[in-house]
Each structure stands twice: as structure tokens, then as C-alpha cells.
Design a protein around this ligand. Structure first.
Ligand SMILES: C[S@@+](CC[C@H](N)C(=O)[O-])C[C@H]1O[C@@H](n2cnc3c(N)ncnc32)[C@H](O)[C@@H]1O
Length: 323
């Protein structure tokens, strides 16, 4: 999955109606603006220190552009650091965010002052490992290749200690997903926050776990596809396990809030007032603004499956929207 997704993002801009999928910042400017206000509010209540803004996996740069506009209204104009591996998407980001610095990994982010870090649909794009309960115990799921056909197979046994105790005796066929890559990044960022100050907002689709289930999915041209077809040509993602990421941050000494469902979080941050103001300014667009708001907030759209997890340095104020 790691190589297939790196190839996929490196070679295209997959976002938007003409691409493979649409993300929240591409649905409406309200999303990025409210994330920007979240950051500005936290910065204000932390005593307005000098900070850097960091975005992980910024896509087209739409969220960053909308967030920076909202932050500037609150007099927050931080230097911007974008962690992005795709050359195609770096070019799109440069067109929307003037004067950013780019990083291949979180390791090169500035180390001297607080970081306000945002990640929308970044962690779901990171590689996962699937473990499958076979008749004789848990095994790692591997991918076999026969000519041009890729197929999941049961690989070598994994030690019991790797499986959470309540799941060890699951029925044959049960799948458990882990993402060592996601855990490593959250731990590295939590260590930074503890040392430097600041906060991280993880926004993604996912569950509180550990939970059983095969959530690896492929999307191509806005339709679900077989994840084992066309490696490098379709978007691969998997649900984020928020409980595991929260525990990883806490193990480094950071404070954690949430996760809170996206719909609830956006209402707490004021999406209704923002939608009303936009509709007053553009009465001709009132219907589409209302439809975009519903898509972001409603439980049967993105409002329940997507969640916000906030992580902050000890002693920093509670981030807005989380409690
Ligand atoms: C699903 S897109 C989300 C884009 C954007 N945040 C949005 O909401 O529109 C995933 C983003 O993460 C980037 N990405 C994926 N794996 C990455 C990695 N290992 N390191 C840095 N960026 C990565 C992709 O190139 C892309 O910008």
C-alpha cells in the first residue's frame, strides 16, 4: 500500500469533481476558515506567542489558504510549513499559499517555537498492516502477485502479544488493522509539542478502537473499487484508529481532547453563523451554501464518520470545539 499510494499522489492532483474524490476543504471555504479560527483562538488564549503553522498532506493548499485568511482577520500571520511528498500537489499548493516552506517529513519542522499543526485526511492515506485471524491463530495479511493479479493471502503467524487481549480469540476471518507509520508520526509530533508548545488537530474518517474490520478501500473517479486492482492508479485509504493515536500522543506526555464528530465540532466552531453570513453576501448562492453546510455537518454525510482529535502541549489551553 505504501508504494502504491506514494506513486498515486506523486503523479497527479486527485482532488475535486474531475478527480477521484472530494475532501471537506474542497467542498466549502467554511471548513478551512473554521480550522483557521480554531488555531487563532488557541493562539490568542495561549498569550499570542510567536508560532509556526504546519499542515500535513495539504492537497491543493485550499485548507491552508482559507485558514490563513481567517487567521489574518484575528491578526495571526504565522510562517507556513507544508509536509508534502507529492511534486504534483506541491505545485498546486504553491499556487495558493505564498511563501510556504516544504518538508518531506515532520523531522525537519522548526524546533524553536510552538507549532500549530493541522492534518485533514492525511493519516488515512498512510500505510497500514492488516492482521487476519486464521484457523490456527493470528497471521499478517500479505499481498501475492500472480502475473498482473494481486491477491490478499495469510502470511506468517504474529505473536499473541501484538493482538489486544480482548481480540485474541476472534472468529476466523476477523481482520485487525494497525498503522505503525501513523503512530510514529503522532509520537514525533507529540514530543515536539511537549518540548516546544502548540497543538495538533487530526481530522479524519475513522473509529475509536481497537476495532475489528477490514477498512482498506480504493476510490477511483468517485466510485469504490477493488483495492488490489491497478496499484498506483487509485486512492487507497483506511479508517483512522483514533484511540490508538490518542494513546500514542499521551504516551509522550501530550494532552488529548476528543475525538469529537466533525458535525458537532463545526457547529461548536460556528459554521451556522458563517453559512448565514456567506448566504447574506451571496443570496444567489444561498442554496449551494446550505447544501455544502449539510454535507459537512449531517450525520448521514461527513458529520459523523469524520472526527476531530486535538493534541496539545501540557499547560496549553483546551482547544475550542473539543469539550
Ligand atoms: C487525501 S489527500 C488530503 C489532502 C488535503 N488535506 C485535503 O483535505 O484536501 C492526502 C494528502 O497527503 C499527502 N501524503 C500522503 N502520504 C504522505 C506522506 N507519507 N508524507 C507527506 N504527505 C503525504 C498527499 O500527497 C495528499 O496531499
Amino acid at each position: 500500500m505504501a508504494a502504491a499510494n506514494a506513486q498515486y499522489y506523486a503523479t497527479r492532483d486527485p482532488l475535486g469533481r474531475a478527480g477521484d474524490f472530494v475532501t471537506a476543504p474542497e467542498i466549502s471555504q467554511m471548513f478551512g476558515e473554521l480550522v483557521g479560527l480554531w488555531a487563532a483562538d488557541l493562539w490568542d488564549r495561549a498569550g499570542r506567542p510567536d508560532v509556526d503553522l504546519v499542515e500535513l498532506g495539504p492537497g491543493r493548499g485550499t485548507l491552508a489558504a482559507d485558514a490563513l485568511r481567517a487567521m489574518a482577520k484575528a491578526r495571526l500571520r504565522p510562517p507556513v510549513h507544508l509536509v508534502e511528498t507529492s511534486p504534483a500537489l506541491r505545485a498546486a499548493q504553491a499556487a495558493r499559499v505564498a511563501a510556504a516552506s516544504w518538508h518531506d517529513t515532520v523531522d525537519t519542522l522548526p524546533a524553536d517555537r510552538p507549532l500549530l499543526i493541522v492534518a485533514n485526511e492525511f493519516f488515512d492515506a498512510l500505510p497500514i498492516r492488516q492482521l487476519i485471524r486464521a484457523g490456527d491463530g493470528w497471521r499478517e495479511r500479505l499481498v501475492a502477485c500472480q502475473d498482473t493479479l494481486f491477491l490478499p493471502i495469510a502470511g506468517p503467524p504474529v505473536p499473541d502479544a501484538v493482538i489486544p487481549a480482548p481480540l485474541r480469540d476472534a472468529a476466523p476471518g476477523a481482520v485487525l488493522e494497525v498503522s505503525p507509520a501513523a503512530v510514529a508520526i503522532v509520537r514525533a509530533l507529540a514530543r515536539r509539542l511537549v518540548a516546544q508548545g502548540g497543538a495538533l488537530l487530526v481530522i479524519d474518517y475513522g473509529h475509536e478502537g481497537p476495532a475489528l474490520g477490514d477498512t482498506l478501500q480504493a476510490v477511483r473517479a468517485h466510485r469504490y473499487a477493488n483495492p488490489y486492482d491497478l496499484p498506483g492508479e487509485q486512492d487507497l485509504s483506511a479508517q483512522v484508529d483514533f484511540t490508538t493515536l490518542a494513546a500514542a500522543a499521551q504516551s509522550e506526555g501530550a494532552t488529548v481532547w476528543g475525538p469529537v464528530e466533525q458535525g458537532e465540532w463545526l457547529v461548536r466552531l460556528g459554521i451556522d453563523a458563517r453559512a448565514a453570513a456567506l448566504a447574506r453576501a451571496r443570496p444567489d448562492r444561498a442554496e449551494s451554501i446550505a447544501a455544502d453546510r449539510m454535507r459537512l455537518v449531517n450525520a448521514d454525510a461527513m458529520g459523523r464518520l469524520f472526527k476531530m482529535l486535538a493534541v496539545a502541549a501540557p499547560g496549553w489551553p483546551a482547544p475550542a470545539g473539543s469539550g
